[in-house]
Design a protein around this ligand. Structure first.
Ligand code: MN
Length: 489
C-alpha cells in the first residue's frame, strides 16, 4: 500500500510575506512526516509544499495528474488562499481529491495570540473559501474536518485513501471474459463501454478455444508444481487425484493467459466449456485467493468489482469474496441468508484450513470438479453489487453481520457463509430487490459501506446503501430521486 502516493498540497498566498510561506512549508512537512509514521495511514503522503498563486497551483495539479504513482491529492488551506486562483488547476484535476479542514495548532494560544498568529492560522475561513470553489465547480471530493493529529482524523484519511487506491486500480483494470454470459440472465449483462468510461475497466471476450490451447500446452511438471502448492495450502480430502490434477492444469493455463494479457479479473460460464473436462472450481478459488477477481456465469461486473475491492482492502483483517445469496432461513427471530456458490467460493474468507474435495456437479454436463470447502468466520461485513440501470451504473451495498451457521450441513459440498442483513432480513431483501440488486455480490469483512460510497463518488456512479437505519418509505423515495438525478446527468 505504501507504493501508492498522495500529494499533500497546502494553500496560501503571497500577501503575508516570505516568512509565512516558509512556516506553511515547514508545518506541511511536519504533518506529512507525522502521518507517514502512523499505521492508520496505509499509503505514502508526499508534502508538495505551499502553493501561492494560480500558476503554482496549476503546475502542481498537472504534475500530480502525470505522476503514475499518485493515487490522489489532499488539499488544506493553512492561510487564506483566494480560490479563483484554484480554478485553472482544479479544472484539470484528474485524481481523487480530499479536502482536509484542519489547523496546525490544536489550541488557541490564549495568552500569546496576536495578529501574526491569526494571519498564519486561518484554516477556519481559508478552508471555507476553498470549499466554495469545490462546490461551485461541482467537483466530487471528500471533506474531512478535525485536528490533524487526532486518531479519528488519521483513520478517516486512511479510510479514504483505500477508496482512492480502488479508483487507481479500477482505472487500469483489464477483465478477461472466457466465453459469454449465461444465456437469458439479465443482471449479469451490462454496457461495457459505460464501464470503461466510468470505471476505467477494459472488458474483452475470448473464445474458450483460445484457453483450451493453453490448457493442452500445460506440462506434467507444471501440474506437479501446482499440486505441491495445493498440498501446502489445503488438505487433500479426496482419492480422486486425477480430478485435482485437471484443476491444476486449468489453473496453470488460466494464469498464463491472464499474465500474458495483463488481466486482473476473469469470468467463465458452465454453459460454454467446449472441451474443458471440468468447470474450473479449485483452480478459480486458488486464483481468487491470490487476488484475482472472478465472476461466475459471465458476470464481468462482479469480477471487476471483486478485484477492485480486494486491492482496496489489502492488509486489513478478514477477507473479500465473490458470493451469491443462495437460500433463506426464515425461522422467526433467527432469519438469515446462506450464501455460497456452486463451486467458486473464495478461500480468502476461510476460517479453517480448506479441504480439496471432489463431488458431482448437477449442471454443466462435465466431469466431477474438484473444489475447496471450508467454514467462514463471523463478524461485521458488507455485501456489494453493481448493476447496469441502462442509463447509469448503480452500486448497492448492504451492511450485514456474518454468523456461524446454526447447525452443521454435512451434505453441502461447497463452502458457505451465513449472515444477517441489516436492518433485518425482510427489509433488507425488499430494499435490495426494489433497487434491482443482483444475486451475485462481493462479501467483504474488510471494507465498509463508506469505502464504497467514496469509491462511487470518485468514479461518478450511483451509490445505494441499505443499513441499520433503512426504512422502506424513505428508501423508496430516496431511490426514486436518486434514479431521476442519475438519469439527468
Ligand atoms: Mn451464480
Amino acid at each position: 500500500m505504501k507504493a501508492y502516493t498522495f500529494w499533500f498540497i497546502t494553500g496560501t498566498q503571497t500577501l503575508y510575506g516570505d516568512e509565512v510561506i516558509h512556516q506553511v512549508n515547514e508545518h506541511a512537512n511536519i504533518m506529512a512526516a507525522g502521518w507517514n509514521d502512523d499505521a492508520r495511514i496505509p499509503c505514502t503522503i508526499i508534502p508538495k509544499g505551499a502553493v501561492i498563486d494560480a500558476q503554482s497551483i496549476k503546475e502542481t495539479i498537472m504534475a500530480a495528474n502525470n505522476d503514475p504513482a499518485c493515487a490522489g491529492v489532499i488539499t488544506w488551506m493553512h492561510t487564506f488562499s483566494p480560490s479563483k486562483m484554484w480554478i485553472p488547476g482544479l479544472k484539470r484535476l484528474q485524481k481523487p481529491w480530499l479536502h482536509l479542514n484542519t489547523q496546525f495548532n490544536r489550541d488557541i494560544p490564549w495568552g500569546g495570540i496576536d495578529m501574526d498568529f491569526m494571519n498564519l492560522n486561518q484554516s477556519a475561513h481559508g478552508d471555507r473559501e476553498h470549499g466554495f470553489i469545490g462546490a461551485r465547480m461541482r467537483m466530487p471530493r471528500k471533506v474531512i474536518s478535525g485536528f490533524w493529529q487526532d486518531d479519528t482524523v488519521k483513520a478517516r484519511m486512511g479510510h479514504w485513501m483505500r477508496s482512492a487506491v480502488g479508483a487507481y486500480e479500477s482505472n487500469r483494470l483489464k477483465v478477461c471474459r472466457f466465453g459469454d454470459n449465461m444465456r437469458d440472465v439479465a443482471v449479469t449483462e451490462g454496457n461495457k463501454v459505460e464501464a470503461e468510461i466510468k470505471l476505467g475497466w477494459s472488458v474483452n471476450g475470448y473464445g474458450v478455444g483460445d484457453l483450451l490451447r493453453y490448457i493442452d500446452a500445460v506440462s506434467e511438471a507444471e501440474i506437479d508444481a501446482k499440486m505441491e502448492e495445493y498440498r501446502m495450502r489445503y488438505d487433500m480430502a479426496t482419492e480422486n487425484i486425477e480430478a485435482v490434477r485437471y484443476q491444476a492444469r486449468e489453473e496453470v493455463a488460466m494464469r498464463r493467459f491472464m499474465e500474458e494479457g495483463g488481466f486482473g479479473a476473469f469470468t467463465n460460464t458452465f454453459q460454454d466449456l467446449q472441451q474443458m473436462r471440468q468447470l474450473p472450481g479449485l483452480a478459480t478459488q486458488n486464483m481468487m485467493r491470490d487476488g484475482y477477481g472472478f465472476g461466475a456465469e459471465g458476470d464481468w461486473k462482479l469480477a471487476g468489482l471483486g478485484r477492485v475491492m480486494k486491492l482496496m482492502a489489502k492488509g486489513l483483517p478478514g477477507g473479500t469474496a465473490f458470493m451469491e445469496d443462495y437460500t433463506y432461513h426464515m425461522e422467526p427471530g433467527r432469519e438469515a441468508i446462506l450464501g455460497a456458490h456452486m463451486l467458486e467460493v473464495d478461500p480468502d474468507i476461510a476460517a479453517d484450513r480448506p479441504k480439496i474435495e471432489v463431488y458431482p456437479l448437477g449442471i454443466g454436463d462435465r466431469e466431477d470438479p474438484a473444489r475447496l470447502t471450508f467454514q467462514t468466520g463471523s463478524g461485521k461485513a458488507i455485501v456489494a453489487t453493481l448493476v447496469d440501470m441502462g442509463d447509469h451504473l448503480r452500486m448497492i451495498v448492504n451492511d450485514v453481520e456474518a454468523c456461524t451457521p446454526y447447525e452443521d450441513m454435512p451434505k453441502l459440498p461447497t463452502a458457505r457463509v451465513m449472515w444477517k442483513p441489516y436492518p433485518n432480513l425482510y427489509t433488507s431483501a425488499e430494499a435490495w430487490i426494489q433497487a434491482g440488486g443482483a444475486h451475485h455480490t462481493i462479501l467483504s469483512y474488510q471494507l465498509d459501506a463508506e469505502h464504497l460510497r467514496d469509491f462511487c463518488t470518485m468514479m461518478d456512479i450511483e451509490f445505494v446503501h441499505i443499513g441499520a437505519d433503512t426504512k422502506m418509505e424513505a428508501f423508496e423515495k430516496e431511490l426514486l430521486l436518486s434514479d431521476m438525478l442519475w438519469k439527468l446527468r
